[in-house]
Design a protein. Structure first.
Length: 269
């Protein structure tokens, strides 16, 4: 890639006037990473989701400096009520989180921003974020988007490794591998245990992917709330998964930067 002025940058490192100038002189995407602080079993840290969101966003800036994106400081807390039974989980209520997200969006609009996206790394945030982007669109007249670092099967993502039987949704192969690659010092594989609730797949009409569903807490599913098989995790798999996540997010951001209602992605204005 030819040398050019870096467009991708971090909001926290910009001055106020620089932020205002970026919004006034161009049409950047303000990207808000969001994760969670919640139980991930004995082998992973509580901040796993927030750490992944932060790392993917940072790599996006490093690997794609051509993208006109302003990465905002990661929102560490999310809505994690499925794990509130476990010590250390910090969960914002839906009302609180929606209010926080609205305030952040209002701040982007005041700065002159016109495009705003969430980069989510926690499946429990997904449905609320879908509500939030619509509300923000209505209230603040922002072009508003939602992207994911690694969408789990229960939120419409791929089934993943067949050894997890389509049930690797929390603290399993994927998350553990990504953390082994990104933050190996925070992972203790000696404490990892396989937790595959095969009984879920015996139901044909109810489940994570069937269209009809039930409310659940992670302690309803397995004894320690892990749903997946972290014993399969490797740093090599995590490296590939993080790289794929960055590529996917970059591709989404490319389209977010040119998206217009009523036009195809090849149309620029």
């Amino acid at each position: 890639m030819e040398k050019s002025i870096r467009k991708a940058r971090f909001l926290a490192e910009m001055s106020g006037p620089a932020c205002g100038s970026a919004a006034a002189e161009g049409d950047p995407l303000f990207l808000q990473p969001i994760g969670a602080v919640e139980h991930h079993g004995a082998h992973l840290p509580l901040a796993t989701d927030a750490l992944v969101a932060d790392a993917v966003a940072a790599r996006l800036v490093t690997e794609r400096p051509d993208l006109d994106v302003v990465v905002m400081p990661t929102l560490t807390y999310g809505t994690s009520n499925e794990h509130v039974w476990a010590p250390g989980t910090v969960s914002l209520s839906p009302v609180t989180l929606l209010a926080v997200l609205d305030d952040v969006a209002a701040s982007v609009r005041r700065a002159g921003g016109r495009r705003f996206a969430f980069l989510n790394a926690h499946g429990g945030n997904t449905n609320l974020l879908r509500v939030a982007i619509r509300e923000i669109r209505v209230k603040h007249d922002l072009m508003t988007f939602l992207a994911h670092c690694d969408l789990p099967p229960d939120n419409g993502g791929p089934a993943g490794d067949p050894r997890e039987e389509g049930l690797g949704i929390h603290g399993g192969l994927g998350e553990t591998s990504m953390m082994l690659h990104l933050f190996p010092e925070l992972v203790d594989l000696s404490l990892a245990e396989r937790r595959i609730p095969s009984w879920i797949n015996e139901y044909r009409a109810l489940g994570f992917e069937q269209g009809s569903e039930y409310a659940w807490l992670s302690e309803d599913i397995t004894v320690d709330g892990v749903i997946g098989d972290p014993t399969l995790a490797t740093a090599e798999h995590g490296r590939a998964r993080v790289a794929e996540s960055v590529r996917n997010v970059a591709a989404a951001v490319e389209e977010m930067l040119v998206f217009r209602f009523g036009t195809g992605p090849a149309v620029r204005s």
